[in-house]
Design a protein around this ligand. Structure first.
Ligand SMILES: [Zn+2]
Length: 155
């Protein structure tokens, strides 16, 4: 039996029907949004070029500041509120903050980053999120109505 090349396997994988996988299930575990088995990350937060199992290119993935936004809202703000409450109510020495506030701040800010980034990348794949573009004529009055043609690009 002849050996398949990597290109053949990637082409075969892209033609195959894949089940829809919930972004929350694949993303939090850092798995590929298409096959659910390959890894998304090659470091703590660095995305791989493509899935090592199904060959899906992760070039579409651009969560931008999304993970940081969620961490700031749901991690940093409660940690700062904790630190301020501790300081105002008990006025402890600085070493107390080193052993309570600092670990709490690091845990609430660093731990959720990776699962949040994975969830956002998988959601981007699941919902086919991307930049808007008009590539086909638009039928605002239904298929039998007049079409709004795509204008020729001037540039
Ligand atoms: Zn995959």
């Amino acid at each position: 039996m002849p050996q398949q090349t990597v290109t053949d396997q990637a082409a075969e994988a892209s033609e195959r029907e894949w089940p829809k996988r919930e972004p929350i299930q694949t993303g939090i575990r850092g798995r590929c949004p298409r096959c659910g088995e390959g890894h998304l990350f090659k470091g703590f937060l660095t995305l791989r070029e493509e899935c090592e199992v199904c060959g899906l290119s992760y070039a579409f993935a651009d969560p931008a500041d999304g993970p940081a936004f969620f961490v700031i809202c749901f991690g940093c703000v409660p940690a700062v509120v904790f630190a301020l409450t501790l300081q105002i109510k008990f006025d402890p020495p600085t070493w107390v903050h080193l052993f309570t506030t600092l670990p709490f701040l690091l845990l609430t800010c660093l731990l959720p980053l990776r699962p949040l980034k994975g969830w956002l990348v998988c959601s981007q794949y699941f919902f086919k999120a991307g930049e808007g573009r008009i590539a086909e004529p638009w039928y605002p009055y239904g298929p039998a109505g007049p079409a709004v043609a795509v204008p020729e690009r001037q540039w």
